[in-house]
Write a protein that binds this ligand. Structure first.
Ligand SMILES: *[C@@H]1O[C@H](CO)[C@@H](O)[C@H](O)[C@H]1NC(C)=O
Ligand SMILES: *[C@@H]1O[C@H](CO)[C@@H](O)[C@H](O)[C@H]1NC(C)=O
Ligand SMILES: *[C@@H]1O[C@H](CO)[C@@H](O)[C@H](O)[C@H]1NC(C)=O
Ligand SMILES: *[C@@H]1O[C@H](CO)[C@@H](O)[C@H](O)[C@H]1NC(C)=O
Ligand SMILES: *[C@@H]1O[C@H](CO)[C@@H](O)[C@H](O)[C@H]1NC(C)=O
Length: 952
């Protein structure tokens, strides 16, 4: 017995480490030839045994069966010697943009090849006919290269083909169909995907191409030069889910039997020359996305069958000769998100009913004949009626008369952690680890949705990605999505960052495995995302030295294991276990130390990891360096809390650092609450928090540097900037937008509590930025309409109602803003030698007179000239803001809209005839001018990095 144990272990050891025989000589020579025709091959491609752990190579029985080298930065050509790897089943060289030259004919020798993926490389020349010899081929992805010439008819021989993607090349000529002994794509009865978009294919789409025996789900022919009519045979392929024929030169009428495609989600027929009447698509009961824009259909009334498409999320019918009234019931389609009906002749009243509580976000009716607009209730649907009769008359409230691009600015937020300050080009992952992510772009060629502002889609994509990586045991820590945009051909593009786990970079095997999951369609997002491809970037951060060493040590391990036997193996295993354990402990410790809030985590609060969005953590040394040791020169101001320093980061960015005095330092919890609040507030008209320092007993907030000083200095002439009327309006507008954002869009809403001209800063283009949230209060849900607090603020700006009742509402800010408006007109301090600006103006104002009789009190620098109506309106608004009762004051978004109109009028210098011009502030304050359909000026959203900030 005693003899047998070590023997068994030795056998096991041999089995584990020595059983691999050397790679077949033929395969080694073949791979060596590939290696010689490339630069940048993996550094561990040395020796004569590729099957022994060469990166990207997998073998079976000493034969090379798989080469996967996506995103590894290979350059050069693919040698014809690849044809000697006759057992090869998988070849993936995706995302190596510098692999150029032709695809060699010898590729046809790879009789076992089932997966050929060359996405996003630089291949050019024709696709060789020999590709048709690959009888086992299932995946053929040659998209996003520079292939030219015709689609080889021989592809029709690939009877096992499931996936055919030749999109985004320079392919020309016709789509091949069979003819006698000549094969064609019509023979691909197992194929589910024909992705041929964005080429130069010409000729007709042959009737013969489609038949009821096919299994196609995605037919993507968009962006070619195809002519003739849409073949009615398409209607026979009832498995179809996505059809894109847009951007061709297709003509004649749409075949009626397309209506048989009851599984179709997405149909794009736009940008063709289709004629005849609009097809009746009432049978497409699954249709989500329909785009038939820019065709030559005969003029028609709004077809009632649209109303039967109950799954519709998106209807795009631009320039399609639609006329008459839009039925109100259209707007109550349960899933509708976007209606794009630009350039038609739709008329009458736009009545969107109670488009409330459903998913409708955008109705674009630019250039129609709409004369009136009705809406019941408030919703956040954006309506565009530019170039309609309703917008011809000036004086109407104009939000819907302009076009604002929808924006989506989702970025995966940190997951309950503080983003780390990372060195050089590392990036803080969603789990707040610094690392070099693998990056690239998802391109979804036909998503079934159009509301890019809905986070749900991104969150589900993140989850399914992580699930996919984890189920393949890939070393992925987390993924981050950002920058969702629709490109010119209506593909949804989305940036992806994939972060490595356990170390700060991926090795080559990690990258090629992650790349393969994305290139090979192993990853399947939810069907609503539709067909996609991924375009990866070359990864730059393999730690290749480390890699070589680890290989060496493994070899040593093998030798020792083989020579000394099982007991040593056991010891080694034990040591490995101990090592792993120690590493884990070390990692945990490092994590703890990188969190500046660790000290109060355990003691003071249960879930107190600060939730910061986009704010950096600075060390004391960093800020010390950026301010030249807090030098006198860099001291740019001070206040009750401490001093403000100007600083410069190593990347050249200027910052303003607010450094708290010892006496004014808050408890850690309070400081944490403040930075959490500030980091969640993002708007162009609010001074942006860049980060903070909570280190060596200091509490510092780091803001963007705003160069032109305070509004007070500008008004008083101290800063030497002349403020004419338009500039004053612009500044008032900016500050009002910042406040409106705090009140109405921040979540939870925030009351500033200290609005005054010294807290409004001016940037290099004289845009106003509201600063100093030191006294700000979030409105917490439980205290819906007011907060009872100790009264804080600045005399002269302080809301008397708040002062007396101690009940704070956002209307207190409105009051202070009214005082700022009066200061803008008069350049007088609000409280000056016992005179209070609000009372002073109330005493002299006379609405029957020119300039309301305020000539004496107006700042002469304004230079009002003859155009005084805007001025009077401005006074009206200011006076409504300083009404005694908060309930009588307007909301900030109302103020924003009014100043916007004034600014527009002041700039165009035309006479402004608003229905409200002649009324006094008393009327305004009754609230009777609030339009129900205006929730906010849409460009308030412009700088919002997150569509919606969720409460903590
Ligand atoms: C498809 O549509 C055509 C005409 O629209 C109709 O005659 C035919 O029966 C339909 N086929 C199926 C399978 O439903
Ligand atoms: C559209 O087709 C459906 C059935 O296919 C029919 O009931 C309906 O009347 C048609 N509508 C129009 C406007 O032709
Ligand atoms: C709207 O257009 C239709 C068809 O062009 C026309 O018959 C109708 O009179 C128009 N209605 C209005 C209110 O202009
Ligand atoms: C976002 O999308 C999801 C899934 O389609 C939906 O359930 C949810 O209601 C949407 N949210 C909004 C605000 O439209
Ligand atoms: C997102 O877009 C911005 C601006 O185009 C760019 O600077 C940034 O790098 C992009 N982010 C990612 C992760 O690609």
């Amino acid at each position: 017995m005693g003899e047998i144990m070590p023997l068994l272990l030795l056998l096991l050891c041999n089995y584990l480490f020595l059983a691999k025989a050397a790679t077949s000589n033929g395969d080694f020579i073949g791979l060596k030839a590939l290696m010689d025709s490339w630069q940048n091959t993996p550094p561990n491609w040395v020796g004569s045994d590729p099957c022994d752990g060469w990166d990207g190579i997998k073998c079976s029985n000493s034969r090379v069966t798989s080469i996967t080298l996506s995103s590894t930065g290979l350059t050069g050509e693919l040698s014809g010697d690849v044809g000697s790897l006759s057992e090869l089943e998988t070849l993936d060289l995706s995302y190596n943009k510098d692999i150029t030259g032709p695809l060699p004919q010898a590729i046809g020798n790879l009789k076992k090849l089932s997966t050929l993926i060359l996405v996003g490389c630089g291949f050019n020349g024709p696709i060789p006919d020999e590709i048709g010899n690959l009888q086992e081929l299932v995946y053929l992805s040659l998209n996003s290269n520079n292939f030219n010439g015709q689609i080889p008819a021989s592809i029709g021989n690939l009877s096992k083909l499931y996936w055919l993607d030749l999109a985004e090349n320079q392919l020309n000529g016709p789509i091949p169909v069979s003819n006698g002994s000549i094969p064609g794509l019509d023979k691909l009865l197992h194929a589910k995907h024909f992705h041929l978009g964005q080429n130069k294919l010409s000729g007709i789409i042959p009737q013969q191409l489609f038949s009821s025996e096919m299994a196609l789900i995605h037919v993507l022919f968009e962006g070619n030069q195809l002519r003739g009519s849409i073949p009615s045979s398409l209607g026979l392929v009832t498995t179809l889910e996505v059809v894109r024929l847009d951007g061709n030169m297709l003509s004649a009428s749409v075949p009626q039997n397309l209506n048989n495609l009851t599984k179709l989600h997405d149909l794009f027929l736009s940008n063709n020359k289709l004629s005849g009447s609009l097809p009746n698509l009432t049978g497409m009961s699954s249709l989500n996305y329909l785009d038939m824009s820019n065709n030559s259909f005969v003029p028609t009334d709004f077809p009632p069958w649209f109303l039967t498409l109950e799954s519709l999320t998106t209807l795009v019918m631009e320039n399609t000769q639609l006329q008459g009234q839009i039925p109100t019931s259209l707007f109550s389609l349960g899933y509708l998100q976007t209606l794009m009906l630009k350039g038609n002749k739709l008329n009458g009243t736009l009545d969107i009913g109670t488009a409330d509580g459903n998913h409708l976000r955008r109705i674009d009716l630019e250039s129609n004949l709409i004369g009136d607009f009705k809406q019941v209730g408030v919703s956040d649907v954006q309506v565009i009626l530019k170039d309609n009769p309703i917008c011809y008359e000036t004086g109407e409230d104009k939000t819907y008369c302009s076009v604002l691009q929808p924006n989506s600015s989702y970025t995966t937020p940190p997951k309950n952690c503080l983003p780390s300050t990372c060195s050089s080009d590392q990036i803080s992952s969603p789990n707040c680890e610094c690392a070099y992510p693998y990056t690239g772009t998802f391109i979804f060629r036909s998503p079934s949705f159009s509301d890019l502002g809905n986070e749900t889609y991104y969150v589900s994509l993140e989850e399914s990605l992580m699930h996919s990586f984890q189920s393949h045991n890939l070393p992925v820590d987390s993924v981050s999505l950002s920058n969702a945009t629709k490109n010119a051909v209506q593909y949804l593009e989305l940036s992806l960052q994939v972060f490595p786990s356990n170390q700060d970079h991926f090795n080559r095997t990690g990258i090629s495995s992650v790349g393969f999951v994305l290139s090979n369609q192993t990853f399947k997002p939810q069907p609503i995302f539709g067909p996609f491809y991924f375009d990866g970037e070359a990864y730059q951060h393999f730690g290749d030295n480390g890699h070589r060493e680890s290989k060496k040590s493994r070899n040593i391990g093998i030798i020792i294991g083989a020579a000394v036997g099982g007991s040593v193996l056991l010891v080694l295993l034990l040591l490995a276990g101990v090592y792993a354990f120690c590493q884990k402990k070390r990692a945990e410790k490092a994590l703890e130390q990188s969190n500046p809030f660790r000290r109060w985590d355990s003691r003071e609060s249960h879930n107190s990891i600060p939730q910061l969005q986009g704010a950096r953590v600075f060390s004391f040394e960093e800020l010390q360096k950026s301010t030249k040791n807090f030098s006198q020169d860099n001291d740019v101001g001070s206040g009750g809390y401490g001093k403000v320093y100007r600083g410069k980061l190593p990347n050249g960015q200027l910052i303003a650092i607010k450094r708290a005095h010892i006496e004014t330092m808050q408890g850690a919890l309070q400081f944490k609450a403040e930075i959490e609040l500030l980091s969640r507030v993002h708007h162009t008209n609010l001074v942006r928090l860049i980060g903070f320092c909570f280190d060596q007993g200091e509490q510092m907030l780091v803001y963007e540097y705003v160069p032109n000083g305070t509004l007070k200095d500008a008004i008083s002439g101290k800063s030497g900037i002349r403020l004419d009327w338009v500039r004053r309006l612009k500044i008032a507008l900016g500050a009002a937008k910042g406040l409106a954002y705090l009140h109405e869009l921040a979540n939870p809403p925030i009351i500033h509590r200290d609005i005054k001209t010294t807290n409004i800063l001016l940037d290099e283009r004289m845009n106003a930025k509201v600063a100093d949230f030191g006294l700000s209060k979030p409105m917490v849900d439980t205290e819906k309409d007011h907060i009872t607090t100790q009264v804080k603020g600045t005399m002269g700006y302080l809301d008397p109602e708040y002062y007396m009742s101690q009940q704070l509402t956002e209307k207190s800010d409105v009051y202070s803003f009214g005082v700022v408006m009066l200061e803008l007109i008069t350049a007088k301090k609000p409280l000056d030698r016992g005179k209070y600006i609000v009372i002073e103006i109330k005493n002299v104002i006379d609405q029957t007179k020119d300039l309301y009789g305020l000539h004496e009190i107006v700042d002469p620098v304004i230079g009002l000239g003859t155009n005084t109506k805007g001025f009077e309106k401005f006074v009206d608004i200011a006076m409504s803001c300083v009404q005694e009762s908060g309930a009588d004051r307007p909301s900030m978004s109302y103020v924003v809209r009014e100043i916007e109109n004034m600014l527009q009028q002041a700039r165009s210098n035309t006479t402004f005839e608003s229905p409200t011009t002649s009324s006094s502030y008393d009327d305004i304050s009754k609230g009777s001018y609030r339009h129900p359909y205006i929730t906010e000026s849409p460009d308030l959203n412009a700088a919002l990095p997150y569509p919606k900030i969720e409460p903590m």
